[in-house]
Design a binder for this molecule. Structure first.
Ligand code: ZN
Length: 98
């Protein structure tokens, strides 16, 4: 008889299961995932230096593109921004500032 594999909160493998719950991963699992990623980064400094350099190159390219096409950039940004939920908008009945 096959029984369901057990998983444990507060471990990286547990995080992979816990994060699928409707409320997302619990604090212990998020901590385990963060520790796992920190260790992963520590063990691969050259990989992450390269990834950081690529990200910075991408940012420089986007800045240059925005300078070449400022109106298009503004319009695209406004379009993308419209898809983002504003966490500071007051929802009546949910508390927070009036
Ligand atoms: Zn958990």
């Amino acid at each position: 008889m096959k029984r369901a594999a057990k998983w444990v909160h507060g471990t990286y493998s547990g995080y992979q299961k816990c994060r699928l719950s409707p409320d997302g991963a619990c604090a212990a699992c998020r901590r385990a995932a963060a520790d796992h990623m920190a260790e992963w980064r520590r063990n691969r400094p050259r990989h992450f230096a390269y990834e950081d350099a690529k990200q910075k190159a991408r940012t420089r390219a986007l800045r240059r593109l925005a300078k070449l096409h400022p109106v298009d950039m503004r319009n695209l940004y406004d379009e993308e921004l419209a898809t983002v939920a504003d966490p500071f908008v007051h929802i009546p009945g949910r508390g927070g500032a009036a």
